[in-house]
Design a protein around this ligand. Structure first.
Ligand SMILES: *Cc1c(COP(=O)(O)O)cnc(C)c1O
Length: 428
């Protein structure tokens, strides 16, 4: 008899292109069919066949408290009784926007939107409108949602499928997007020297996580700041993954670099569709209706998403939240490094706080080119060996995995045993 997962995937493919609503969900990066998830609680998810998995994918980053935390469920239940959308200002929106600068001092004013893609798209338009320039500079393998201008040499699904450039984007538009390899100070200086006057913004994930996790080399983000400033371009940090993940104030707090604009998403919405873009008031005030740059949204600042965001912000302010989470993650990484060392396994663990990627390559991974050296077939075998034993990692080599506050040290320790066996099995 066909399993329920298989049956659903069969049906899904008839009605939804490739059977999924977002490409990396289709498991093409690891082979096999995707699981259909029925429910989640704490660190676990259950598929439609009733099998349980310890979840390291966390809905691709948002679930820093794990699945279905009771406090959030209560808050949402209260909020939904007041209505699901008004298309008019609400007190909750003001409270959310008022609280964000305490986490991100670089955000003096912000707008609330419904997805990371929308936040980035709006920030890019604003940067062009503010500077009066056309060109956007990004990183090879940097992913910023499926914004037309930024689906050029893009990571995440672009990396998984080897389609970093999408069909449907006119060359004339693509020509306005420049790219440089991450961590290459020389390439960055050169492009600003040559085209600095035409660049509206340099947008990057300060700690790229969509080619797998790659950390910035010392001084790189400072160089990005000084070059943009010198040439009159805006610096946009896309912290949709890293914001509220690495520290209360994201990567910009850790590396002490203040961008002009910041994009946030994923964690702040607690798993609801919610994102934010914001920055210097002088730039943000260029938005309509006071300013000339149009930006809007029927569901922007949605009251359910806002109630979730306010709950998330409260929880993140709990004393020692990041210290505890990152300490637990560090313990897991130490165990994983031991396993790799004992096995003499050709892999590199890249990490930042509670997010990590195990790259199946013996070489240091510092940019997109070095990430692409990975043995993706072997990653696929590793992924499936883990899945069989109840561990759910991101179904692609080029993604981040996440440890949440709901993961217990005992669960993580047990996971290491499974990982060790799966690494061994992946060689065959
Ligand atoms: C996930 C992500 C996005 C896109 O967010 P969506 O909510 O999927 O549209 C943008 N930038 C980065 C860095 C992301 O990780």
């Amino acid at each position: 008899m066909m399993s329920k997962n298989k049956k659903l995937f069969f049906l899904a493919q008839r009605h939804i292109p490739s059977g999924v609503n977002s490409p990396v969900r289709a498991f093409r990066g690891v082979g096999g069919d995707p699981l259909f998830i029925r429910r989640g609680k704490g660190a676990f998810i259950w598929d439609e066949n009733g099998k349980r998995y310890l979840d390291f994918c966390a809905s691709w980053g948002p679930l820093i408290f794990g699945h279905a935390p009771e406090g959030l469920l209560r808050r949402l239940a209260q909020a939904v009784r007041r209505g699901t959308s008004f298309g008019a200002p609400t007190a909750g929106e003001v409270e959310t926007a008022r609280r964000i600068p305490a986490f991100f001092p670089a955000i003096e004013k912000c707008r609330l939107v419904s997805s990371g893609t929308e936040a980035v798209m709006s920030a890019v338009r604003l940067a062009r409108g503010f500077t009066g320039r056309k060109k956007i500079l990004k990183i090879d393998g940097g992913y910023h949602g499926h914004v037309d201008s930024l689906l050029i040499k893009a990571g995440s699904g672009g990396a998984t499928f080897g389609t970093p450039d999408s069909a449907g984007i006119p060359e004339e538009l693509a020509a306005l997007t420049l790219t440089v390899p991450f961590n290459d100070a020389g390439a960055l200086a050169k492009i600003f020297l040559e085209q600095g006057k035409e660049i509206a913004a340099f947008i990057l994930e300060p700690v790229p996580a969509n080619m797998g996790v790659v950390v910035p080399e010392s001084g790189y983000l400072n160089l990005a700041r000084s070059l943009t400033q010198k040439h009159g371009a805006l610096l946009i940090f896309d912290e949709v993954i890293t914001g509220f993940r690495l520290a209360p104030g994201g990567a910009q707090e850790i590396y002490n670099v203040k961008p002009d604009l910041t994009c946030l998403g994923k964690i702040i919405g607690g798993g609801l569709p919610f994102a934010v873009f914001g920055g210097r008031a002088g730039i943000m005030d260029k938005l309509a209706p006071n300013g000339p740059v149009y930006q809007a949204g029927t569901l922007s600042g949605n009251p359910l998403a806002v109630s979730a965001a306010l709950w998330v912000l409260e929880q993140l302010e709990v004393k020692n939240f990041y210290h505890t989470l990152n300490g637990k993650a560090a313990c897991f990484y130490a165990g994983l490094e031991n396993v790799l060392c004992d096995l003499g396994f050709p892999a590199k663990l890249n990490l930042s706080g509670s997010m990590f990627t195990l790259f199946f390559t013996p070489q240091h991974v510092s940019d997109y080119a070095s990430a692409k050296n990975c043995d993706t077939a072997r990653y696929g075998r590793f992924f499936h060996a883990c899945l069989k034993q109840g561990l759910y990692f991101a179904p692609s080599q080029f993604e981040a995995n996440f440890i949440s506050a709901a993961h217990t040290p005992a669960q993580l320790k047990a996971a290491l045993k499974v990982i060790e066996k799966a690494l061994k099995a992946s060689g065959k």
